[in-house]
Structures are given as C-alpha cells and as structure tokens.
Design a binder for this molecule. Structure first.
Ligand SMILES: [Zn+2]
Length: 107
C-alpha cells in the first residue's frame, strides 16, 4: 500500500533551501535568514521561525513555485502603502538588529 504524499520533497537548486524547523521552502539563503528572528540565549526573544503572516508582513512573498523570496518584483512599491511593515523590513535587512524590533508580538 502506498500512502499519498501530501508534501513531496521539491528539487532544490542553487541557493534554494528548506527550513528544517518549519519546513518552509526558500529561494535563497537571504530569504531563509529573513524568516528567522530572535536571538540565541535570549528568553524574551528566543530564536524562532516567523509565522506565514509575519513573513508576509515583513514583505516576503512566495513565488510561483512555492518558494519564499525576500520580496517579489514590484512588491517594494506595493509595500510602501503599508507603513507599519517598514520597521520589520528594515530590521530584516540588517541581521544584527533583527531581535527586539523586527517583530512586535502580542498585538
Ligand atoms: Zn523555519
């Protein structure tokens, strides 16, 4: 008997990767890095994956193959309409300042 595979493993090429924690697919290491937040050893901001809604809020998007990208072409212009996503997007550009202000929890 063969079980149907609801989540077949896609073929990863180049810089594409899959998060071992949340199993999301990323088109680049930069996109993968952008979906990780928090800091190792910091109980108030533990290292974790962003939820899908948080990734979308940070300006990330999924391409036509289902891989997360840092942003789609044209997304930068669209993102300017959502002023409240700017801090997260800016923080995501500089990994050293991601923790603390990238994600506002508890809203
Ligand atoms: Zn993840």
């Amino acid at each position: 008997m063969t079980l149907p595979r609801s989540n077949p493993r896609p073929q990863l090429r180049g810089d594409q990767n899959q998060c071992p924690t949340c199993l999301a697919l990323f088109n680049s290491t930069a996109a993968f890095d952008k979906h990780r937040t928090g800091r190792f050893g910091d109980p108030s901001h533990p290292r974790r994956c962003l939820a899908e809604a948080e990734m979308l809020g940070a300006g990330m998007a999924r391409n036509e193959r289902g891989f997360w990208v840092t942003m789609l072409m044209g997304e930068a212009a669209r993102r300017r309409r959502y002023a409240d996503t700017s801090p997260a997007a800016i923080a995501a550009e500089s990994p050293s300042s991601t923790a603390g202000n990238g994600i506002r929890e508890g809203l």
